[in-house]
Design a binder for this molecule. Structure first.
Ligand code: GDP
Length: 440
């Protein structure tokens, strides 16, 4: 995410970080580089110029030149301004209606249908809502099918009227249906077109007027940069929407839309899409995003994701097993599955301070654990609970069964044994000891 921008900002600060004493010239040079980085990220000229002007004012106000660590202070000022630029505080969505009605708008291909599914799943799992998805695209039968597939995948009902060509009526009927069937959140997916045109705008505006949603969300592909911003403006003029959904951030190396959209339409970015899977949705936190852009990682999100997957009951069972030396490969497999549920690997690594930059050229994909999983699946239940059984011939069989080399099986066994030892040590009040050891 935003790798290009991160790189360029990092270079901009290089000038400051490398100098013992910092002069006004250094600061001016850094600001020029920051501005260039923003322009390269496809941020519009005026926004980039205002941004650096604000940073400069702050730097003068805080007397950067006389502080102990001017480089660090400058990075902090830029971080705060970036967060401000992207909206400052995170903003939630309004779910006060009964049912709450959420209307999706945006161009075709922006990720509306995918996001409708993601939001339904998010509201179902995290907010205990009973969502109903509504297919209002009367032009493309494929779009209706797509929403049905999504609904099936996440276990959420989808309302359709395949013979009705009137989207306003469908939306109204869907709301009645929701009321009658105990659905407290209605998410309406509408038809988009490849570009802004009058017909589409009239249609979405008619739906909007007729159903008066609590939330009108504008969905946009973040990779389209300035186009995204222009489209946002066109939709906002008609709908006065409540918030922006930026999709495909996982593929966006520049970040221009994320940085500009708030100041152009003055509406917050509420959620981001970070992948094709239904779980790839995040609440947008401007400050955390600013930290990620500047390579500071996002430890808070990382810990939150870990906490979401944390199951106290399971953790207690695991503890007992470790104490009794019964930790086996089945438990290991469970751990891997939990990590995978936290999100895609590249995204997770990007949340570790400093690691995002270090690992940016390393191709980490979701299949990172595939080899390990295949090897564990090739083990017998006895071997999984008692790895000591795995002798030479068993290793050969496991390697063959999983399409690996014996060397890789050896490596897995070694890692597993090291991990078991470490966990045992942590259990016996050793965590403290280990920390002391690491500190030296
Ligand atoms: P719609 O026409 O606006 O309903 O767009 P779709 O929901 O059909 O999405 C268009 C394409 O973008 C599909 O191939 C989706 O899988 C993909 N897509 C949607 N959101 C994301 C995202 O956050 N990341 C990535 N990488 N792809 C996405």
């Amino acid at each position: 995410m935003f790798n290009n921008l991160s790189d360029k900002l990092d270079k901009a600060f290089h000038v400051l970080k490398g100098h013992g004493s910092i002069t006004e010239i250094n600061v001016a040079e850094t600001l020029k580089e920051v501005r260039r980085a923003l322009l390269d990220a496809d941020v519009n000229y005026k926004i980039a110029k205002d941004f650096t002007a604000k940073v400069k004012d702050e730097a003068i106000g805080q007397d950067v030149l006389t502080t102990l660590n001017p480089g660090q202070l400058m990075v902090k000022i830029v971080k705060d301004e970036l967060a401000q630029l992207m909206g400052g505080e995170a903003s939630g969505i309004n779910l006060s209606g009964n049912p709450s009605i959420i209307l999706m708008s945006g161009l075709q291909g922006s990720g509306k249908t995918t996001f409708s599914g993601k939001l339904a799943l998010f509201l179902k799992n995290k907010k205990s809502k009973q969502p109903l998805l509504v297919a209002c695209d009367v032009y493309r039968p494929a779009a209706i099918n797509q929403l049905k597939v999504v609904g099936e995948q996440i276990g959420v009902e989808v309302y359709t009227e395949e013979d009705n060509k009137n989207p306003v009526e469908i939306a109204q009927n869907a709301i009645k249906y929701a009321k009658a069937n105990g659905k407290n959140t209605v998410i309406i997916d509408t038809a988009g077109r490849l570009a802004v045109d009058e017909e589409m705008m009239n249609e979405i505006s008619n739906i909007h007027k007729a159903i008066q949603p609590q939330e009108t969300l504008f969905v946009v592909d973040s990779m389209t940069g300035q186009d995204a911003v222009n489209t946002a403006k066109a939709f906002n003029d008609i709908l006065n929407f409540d918030g922006v959904i930026l999709t495909k951030l996982d593929g966006d190396t520049r970040g221009g839309a994320a940085l500009s959209i708030k100041s152009v339409v003055n509406k917050p970015i509420k959620f981001i899409g970070t992948g094709e899977k239904m779980e790839a949705i995040d609440i947008f936190y401007p400050e955390r995003m600013a930290e990620r852009i500047l390579g500071m990682g996002d430890v808070i999100s990382l810990v939150e994701r870990a906490q979401e997957q944390y199951d106290e009951e399971e953790a207690r069972k695991l503890q007992k097993k470790i104490a009794k030396d019964e930790f086996g490969f089945d438990d290991f497999l469970k751990q891997i599955q939990q990590i995978k549920k936290m999100g895609n690997m590249k995204d997770l690594v990007g949340m570790i301070p400093g690691a995002g930059k270090m690992m940016k050229d390393v191709d980490i994909d979701d299949d990172a654990f595939k080899g390990i999983e295949a090897m564990i699946h090739s083990m017998t239940p006895q071997e999984r609970s008692n790895p000591a059984l795995i002798n030479g011939s068993r290793k050969k069989r496991i390697a063959k069964g999983s399409g690996n080399q014996v060397q890789e099986v050896n490596q897995l066994l070694k890692q597993f044994s090291q991990m078991s030892k470490m966990m045992k040590m942590m259990q016996g009040g050793g965590a403290k000891k280990m920390m002391q050891m690491m500190k030296g």
